[in-house]
Design a protein around this ligand. Structure first.
Ligand code: ZN
Length: 409
């Protein structure tokens, strides 16, 4: 059992002097008062851990990252055009050894964990660059990235690598990520749709990140025509729809330049959208059309993306950047995106991003003096408060104090 003077079990819930009853790593009860904590401790015989004046919050959910690209930290320049950036990423990633990539990925996972993130949706493009969870303590939902660039030979190899018998793929294929509608053929998208339905796998896809990719998809013109073969002459969302991918198990990443009506289509099909404020800033993109998605009722989540296009793997900074770019947005909504929204985007609502009965006891303790929910949410989403401890499944995994990122970074 855990108790603290203040808890924020969900964005809209503030508990003073209460506690959490945890059994087998999951929250069984949220206790509302000190007297209830005492009574339940007495009746259940459970040991009680008191966190005192530190604020207890659920671990945040980073809904999109590429931990393996942590190898590129501080190597690429902000404001670069997309095509030269992609070439640079591919070249530098190929130069690194597997050990170097794994080491960098572990460091990236530690950075997320020590800043209060307990679950990350991580794109694995190399296959088997998987981090053993025990090396970091963070929970990682790994999306195996696939792309064929319209090349049938590459498609056949990709299919062979993902369509394994169930027993062989156990623990290796938790989700699939066709890279993006402009880099994956319709045939491969359809295959992923069938496989994900059969195996109940979540799917994550980069979508509508740049005006150039949407131009090439719809008309075959623009800078991408030099790099990509034959345009499908239709929108990325139509391609995903035709493949049968527009459903609740899908999350899309970026969505910077949606066409009219596309946010409503996402909402209709229960597709979540992951916004990556730090990556958005890195590429100096036009303002993110957050209001279109909010009005349409799309489930929104936040991600760090990778250190190839971001300065830090720290969800506190992502929240702050979002608030700076959207001054009218309520702190509660930002916190919701970083917790419940992330869990929903990864298809794990009710299990992560909140401390409610049935959810995993994944939480962080932060040094924060605020005694009201509103002011605490304001600080949590704006001022990167120090994270003192992180617990996953009811056990401590990190006692290091995470370094605060200076404002403006
Ligand atoms: Zn990405």
């Amino acid at each position: 059992m855990f108790t603290a003077e203040r808890f924020l079990p969900r964005p809209n819930r503030w508990v003073e002097g209460g506690g959490l009853l945890v059994v087998n790593g999951r929250v069984v009860r949220v206790l509302e008062s000190a007297s209830e904590v005492k009574r339940v401790a007495r009746e259940s015989g459970a040991s009680l851990r008191d966190f005192g004046s530190r604020l207890l919050i659920p671990g945040t959910v980073c809904a999109h990252a590429h931990l393996e690209l942590s190898i590129l930290a501080d190597q690429l320049e902000s404001g670069t055009e997309m095509l030269p950036w992609i070439r640079d990423v591919i070249r530098r990633r190929a130069d690194a050894t597997r050990t170097e990539r794994e080491r960098a990925a572990v460091a990236g996972a530690h950075s997320l964990l020590s800043s209060g993130t307990t679950l990350v949706g991580d794109i694995d493009s190399c296959g088997g660059a998987a981090l053993p969870p025990s090396t970091t303590g963070i929970r990682r939902l790994s999306f195996r990235e696939v792309l064929d660039g319209g090349d049938p030979k590459r498609r056949a190899e990709t299919l062979a690598s993902i369509d394994l018998p169930l027993e062989e793929s156990a623990g290796r294929l938790e989700g699939i990520s066709p890279h993006a509608p402009h880099t994956v053929s319709a045939e491969l998208l359809e295959h992923v749709a069938r496989l994900s339905e059969r195996r109940k796998l979540p799917v994550q896809i980069h979508w509508s990140e740049t005006p150039e990719e949407t131009e090439w998809l719809k008309s075959g013109t623009g800078p991408f025509s030099k790099l990509l073969a034959q345009s499908p002459m239709t929108s990325g969302l139509d391609l995903l729809d035709r493949a049968g991918l527009l459903r609740r198990s899908l999350s899309l990443v970026h969505g910077n330049c949606p066409d009219d009506g596309e946010p409503s289509r996402l909402a209709e099909h229960g597709v979540a959208l992951v916004h990556c404020p730090g990556s958005h800033l890195f590429f100096e993109r036009a303002p993110f059309p957050l209001e279109l998605y909010r009005k349409a009722g799309v489930t929104l989540a936040l991600g760090t993306d990778s250190l190839a296009s971001n300065l830090a793997l720290d969800m506190r900074r992502e929240m702050r950047l979002l608030r700076e770019s959207e001054p009218g947005l309520a702190p509660e909504e930002v916190w919701q995106m970083a917790t419940l929204g992330g869990a929903a985007a990864l298809g794990r609502s009710g299990e992560f991003g909140e401390l409610s009965p049935g959810a995993f006891a994944d939480f962080a303790l932060v040094e924060l003096e605020e005694s009201q929910r509103d002011s605490a949410l304001d600080r949590l989403t704006m001022s990167s408060p120090p994270v003192e401890e992180v617990w996953v499944g009811g056990s401590p995994v990190s006692g290091e104090s995470a370094t605060e990122i200076p404002p403006g970074a």
